[in-house]
Design a protein around this ligand. Structure first.
Ligand code: ATP
Ligand code: MG
Length: 561
């Protein structure tokens, strides 16, 4: 028997019922419809996963369609980025669709509306239109141009198209109801003059259709069955339906709204993200601290972890904030399985092993994943001089500190046991180096005499390593909800969201890797090579995520979904 969980979320339930009732002949078609006026963020991933997964689950089709009807804000770079990002997330869409490909048909639909007496050319100024529209509590007033004859409307509209009028001089408006409690139905503008060149249609048009008109008709032209969108479009649904009822379209898709994704400690709005970029608070649209998909991809997030996250947060009509810790735990779970292990020292402290022969280099074996033999082994080198992490040494260690201290013995992972003999300091009293001895009988970290050594440290061969810059990222905002209290969200930025470490020492095998492929630096976290900055000899690495969740302990009550 099917359980509630198996049935999925409410949209899946609606689709199942529609199929059972043979609505749309049992066909399912969805679309992801971005406006190409910015880069995608993790909120969009929720919509992408929902649309593609519903189509996938019910043997249907999901279109990637660009709702590109506002040339002023749209650019080819956004189109390119959106296409590659949707692919990266793991979804196939074939050839993308563009609302601009329907401009001729949309124009014909506008003519049909005029001929049906359902649209008119209005010559009120933009200010007057606003004034006549009324408010939430007061009805609007009819435009004095509302009763123009069909002939006059056709004439004026074709002259708008021919470029005879300046922007704002005339608009084409649907004739619905100026007294409607829903402002979207108060004779909404459906076409306006815009003397702008379009990324795809160039200068062919100087009138452009408005979003609601374009969106509903594009859905219908593509034979979409379920038009899934976020809750802010709920008040637009009556207009969506009005347009498709009045016009002779091939079908009438059903619009269904769901709650947007919000995540704490970040912002998910193109406008706000744009401000962060333009005011230089971050390094660009793909800054690894941003929730843009380009940003988190550069940081090392995997598509699998994002898809898993979208599955876990579910789909409902209730607005909520999801804990960033949930996204990070999805990532950790994925990386824990797949990321090869390597050794890297982020804050190096040099060790000289005084009884190790000078000039000798030894090759040792290290497992690429301690729990997965099939991931194989690699060779690492060892010599008289190595680096360990500064934090792994204490001059006066407390009892529970199982790492290195004067006179103490620790295991160097995959290598030998070493004992600290001497602490070398500079004139200011800062530790510059440790002198140790090693036990040649403990190769591979084994103790033939069975003596117990609790601490195992990672290390890097000083004679055979890569010098790198490593960037550690923290939350972009200090507050859980950076947008609350009407305060400017910029004031909530976390000044410590980026810490850059120079002079980090990495295992040599990391000189051969590709960007975005994530490695676990043993004991330090997950890291990947930055795709943009650094050189082959001096790479830059991004910390993708820490090993443990240091921010929140995930409990059922904290995952508000
Ligand atoms: P923003 O509000 O960030 O500027 P948008 O909604 O204007 O984004 P569109 O390009 O219009 O961006 O979005 C394409 C689709 O993605 C829409 O169907 C929209 O409902 C959906 N979407 C956008 N943001 C979210 C979000 N945070 N959660 C879920 N879906 C979203
Ligand atoms: Mg929007």
């Amino acid at each position: 028997m099917e359980t509630e969980i198996n049935k999925g979320h409410f949209i899946e339930t609606i689709i199942r019922e529609d199929i059972a009732n043979n609505k749309n002949q049992g066909r399912v078609a969805t679309r992801f419809p971005p406006e190409p006026n910015g880069y995608l963020h993790i909120g969009h991933a929720k919509s992408i996963c929902l649309n593609f997964n519903m189509a996938g689950k019910f043997n249907g089709k999901c279109n990637l369609r660009f709702d590109d009807s506002n040339p002023a804000k749209e650019k080819q770079v956004y189109i390119d980025s959106i296409r590659s990002t949707v692919n990266w997330l793991g979804f196939e869409f074939g050839t993308p669709y563009y609302a601009s490909d329907y401009f001729v048909r949309l124009y014909e639909f506008a003519l049909e509306l005029i001929k049906k007496g359902k649209a008119y050319v209005c010559s009120l100024s933009p200010d007057e239109i606003r004034e006549y529209r009324g408010t939430l509590t007061e009805p609007g007033k009819n435009s004095p141009f509302r009763d123009r004859s069909v002939e006059e409307n056709l004439d004026l509209f074709s002259r708008m198209k021919a470029g005879e009028f300046e922007e704002g001089r005339h608009t084409l408006r649907a004739k619905i109801d100026m007294a409607s409690p829903n402002i979207n139905l108060r004779d909404p503008i459906i076409y306006r003059v815009k003397k702008a060149s379009h990324p795809r249609t160039g200068n062919t048009w100087c009138i452009y259709p408005m979003y609601d008109f374009t969106h509903s008709l594009s859905d219908a032209l593509e034979g979409i069955t379920h038009s899934l969108c976020s809750l802010e479009f709920e008040d637009h649904r009556p207009l969506y339906d009005w347009i498709l009822d009045v016009l002779s379209t091939p079908c009438h898709p059903q619009q269904i709204e769901f709650a947007r994704l919000n995540i704490n400690y970040t912002v998910l709005s193109k406008r706000k993200l744009q401000r962060l970029v333009e005011e230089g608070h971050v390094g660009g649209w793909d800054d690894p601290r941003l929730p843009t998909l380009e940003g988190i991809r550069r940081r090392g997030y995997t598509p699998e972890s994002i898809r898993k996250f979208c599955e876990l947060i579910g789909v409902s009509r209730k607005e909520s904030r999801v804990d960033m810790g949930l996204l990070e735990s999805c990532l950790r779970d994925d990386l824990n399985e797949r990321a090869p292990r390597v050794m890297a020292v982020l804050r190096p402290l040099k060790i000289t092993i005084e009884n190790y022969p000078e000039g000798m280099t030894e090759t040792l074996e290290a497992a690429n994943h301690p729990q997965k033999e099939d991931m194989g082994k690699r060779q690492i080198t060892f010599s008289r001089e190595i680096f360990i992490e500064q934090d792994d040494f204490m001059e006066n260690p407390p009892k529970k500190f199982f790492r290195l201290g004067p006179g103490r013995e620790v295991r160097l992972r995959y290598a030998y046991l070493v004992t600290c003999k001497e602490v070398v300091k500079d004139e200011n009293g800062h530790i510059t180096e440790l002198i140790c001895t090693y036990d040649p009988a403990t190769k591979g970290g084994n103790t033939p005499d069975g003596r117990k050594v609790k601490g195992t440290l990672h290390w890097v061969n000083a004679k055979d390593c890569l010098d790198a810059t490593v960037r550690l990222y923290d939350r972009l905002f200090k507050d859980e909800n950076p947008e609350q209290d009407k305060q400017d969200f910029i004031e909530n930025l976390n000044p410590a969201s980026l810490e850059e470490l120079k002079g980090c020492k990495l295992e040599k095998s990391l000189s051969q890797i590709l960007p975005e492929k994530v490695y676990q630096f043993e004991r330090m976290g997950y890291f990947c090579l930055d795709s943009k900055e650094g050189t082959k000899d001096h790479p830059v690495f991004n910390r993708t995520v820490t090993l443990k969740d240091t921010w929140t302990r995930l409990s059922k009550t904290e995952i508000k979904i």
